[in-house]
Design a protein around this ligand. Structure first.
Ligand code: ATP
Ligand code: MG
Length: 475
């Protein structure tokens, strides 16, 4: 359809960039970018007229682009352009250009392909830089000199690493070396745009790919030095500690394998963030990281603010999980008592399952027997969660009038009749036949007594409006 309209106004037109890449890879992509030689806005307006009134058009004259929304498709139109950059800004000087100019300004070979939509050449692929070959080789590579590409627009360094993570492609050695050389240039990019790439890395199947690359290239030391500081092993008196960066990456990937929850993944990334600050060497016991969970959780707000991550419930959740991440392990190292398990449940509240998932992922010991022992103990802890929840649910249904009081009211000694009354009363409350109050319960007991041919002989033990017997589940 776009092709027919382009033909009717005698315009070459191509789909380009991400859509072509994703089409070849077989990946879902929701928006389509069209490039035409000449005005993109004119073409967009012609297409909009053809689609009719159900089509929304947004025109951005400053950028020379226009967007169409039709159904769930988003189409973007732009005229082919040539760009030249000035060293101190991300904003290039833009001029009209040819299709080849437009292709050459694109960031990676896999993003620099175009497919014609004109009638006479429909479906022909334009691939000046062997993007097809790089997709087959699973490589991220710049079409032109990478030093110029990255210096012109340093955001491309983040994009290279983000694509490598999303697609699990390798960054071509010269391209990677150039990122390391140009890392400092990332400072001219706004935090908001950097964050967008980090979020895409975190939502990928194996986020460690991105963080490892950020670390290797020196970008991490600039954008998130606290995380970079986890790298390395210090040795004193022949004793080293584990590389906390490698450990964190392992925990992050394990969590990502098991959960899509984005903020649980961020919690995994930051769970040991307090370690560098709390690291001490004690000649008697070796390396310690006392209170690293607590210090780490206190570091979260500053980091979130700097990275433009959300500062509300998401941040509080991450901070909480970082603080609590060692509790399940501490629990199984001591004794798995009901009260300790209950305390853990009370701390974690609705985040208990997430906390346990993180705690399980945190066990990266190479000693398989030790690892299995921890995991078995976690099974035990989780069985206790079920038990305790069960008990609590029972407690919540506990009679507002207990067995003692039933005996007192009817002048009975312990007998099956007392149990029968108590059970019936409980069932009536559970089935919502009566209100769960003492007043309603005692009335109901009188009825049960009447049916059984027994008269009450004493008044209730406690006032009708007291909650004497309704033990709360959290006591
Ligand atoms: P995704 O939509 O998954 O983020 P994409 O490749 O479609 O990936 P967009 O940001 O939508 O990325 O950009 C569309 C196309 O525009 C890219 O494929 C690329 O050709 C080009 N492009 C985008 N940003 C840049 C940039 N900073 N430098 C050079 N070319 C870019
Ligand atoms: Mg896109």
């Amino acid at each position: 359809m776009v092709g027919t309209v382009a033909d009717s106004i005698h315009r070459p037109c191509y789909v380009v960039g991400g859509f072509v890449r994703d089409l070849i890879i077989g990946r879902h992509s929701k928006d389509i970018d069209f490039v035409t030689v000449g005005s993109g806005i004119e073409l967009a307006e012609a297409v909009a007229a053809k689609i009719g009134p159900k089509c929304n058009i947004a025109v951005y004259r400053n950028y020379g682009t226009a967007q169409l929304h039709a159904g769930n498709l988003e189409l973007e139109f732009v005229g082919a352009r040539r760009e030249s950059y000035n060293r101190n800004s991300r904003n290039p000087i833009v001029e009209d250009g040819t299709l080849d100019d437009d292709i050459a300004r694109r960031d990676f070979t896999i993003n620099a392909m175009a497919i014609s939509v004109n009638g006479d050449s429909f479906g022909e692929l334009v691939d000046r830089y062997d993007g097809l070959g790089d997709i087959a080789r699973r490589i991220i590579r710049t079409p032109l000199d990478p030093d110029i590409t990255f210096s012109d627009d340093p955001l491309r360094m983040m994009r290279a690493i983000r694509f490598a993570t999303q697609l699990q492609f390798t960054i071509y050695p010269e391209t990677l070396a150039s990122i390391a050389r140009n890392a400092e240039r990332i400072k001219i990019i706004t935090g908001e745009r950097i964050k967008d790439e980090l979020v895409k890395i975190m939502r990928s199947p194996k986020p460690s790919i991105g963080w490892e690359l950020l670390q290797q290239t020196g970008l991490l030391a600039i954008i998130l030095p606290e995380l970079d500081a986890l790298r390395g092993v210090e040795v004193v008196n022949g004793r080293g500690h584990k590389d906390n960066f490698a450990h964190t990456m392992q925990v992050l990937d394990t969590v990502a394998e098991r959960s899509d929850k984005e903020w649980l993944r961020w919690s995994a990334l930051f769970h040991d963030i307090g370690k560098p600050l709390t690291k001490r060497f004690d000649p008697a016991i070796g390396w310690t990281f006392h209170n690293h969970n607590f210090i780490g959780s206190k570091m979260i707000p500053r980091i979130f603010r700097r990275l433009h991550l959300p500062l509300g419930a998401e941040m509080r959740y991450v901070s909480k999980l970082v603080e609590l991440h060692m509790r399940p392990i501490a629990l199984v190292e001591e004794e798995v008592t009901d009260s300790a398990v209950r305390r853990l449940m009370n701390y974690a509240e609705e985040d208990l399952e997430d906390l346990m998932l993180l705690a399980r992922a945190d066990i990266t010991s190479k000693n398989e027997a030790k690892k299995q022992r921890f995991l078995d103990n976690f099974d035990l802890v989780e069985e206790k969660f079920v038990d305790i929840r069960h008990k609590d649910a029972e407690l919540a249904y506990r009679n507002p009038v207990d067995g003692n009081e039933i005996m007192h009211i009817f002048g009975l000694h312990q007998s099956p009749l007392v149990g029968y009354f108590a059970k019936n009363l409980k069932q009536a409350i559970k089935d919502c036949e009566i209100e769960p109050t003492r007043e309603a319960s005692i009335k109901y007991l009188y009825i049960l007594g009447e049916k059984a041919g027994i008269q009450p002989v004493n008044p209730p033990l406690y006032p009708l409006d007291s909650d004497q017997c309704t033990t709360s589940p959290n006591d």
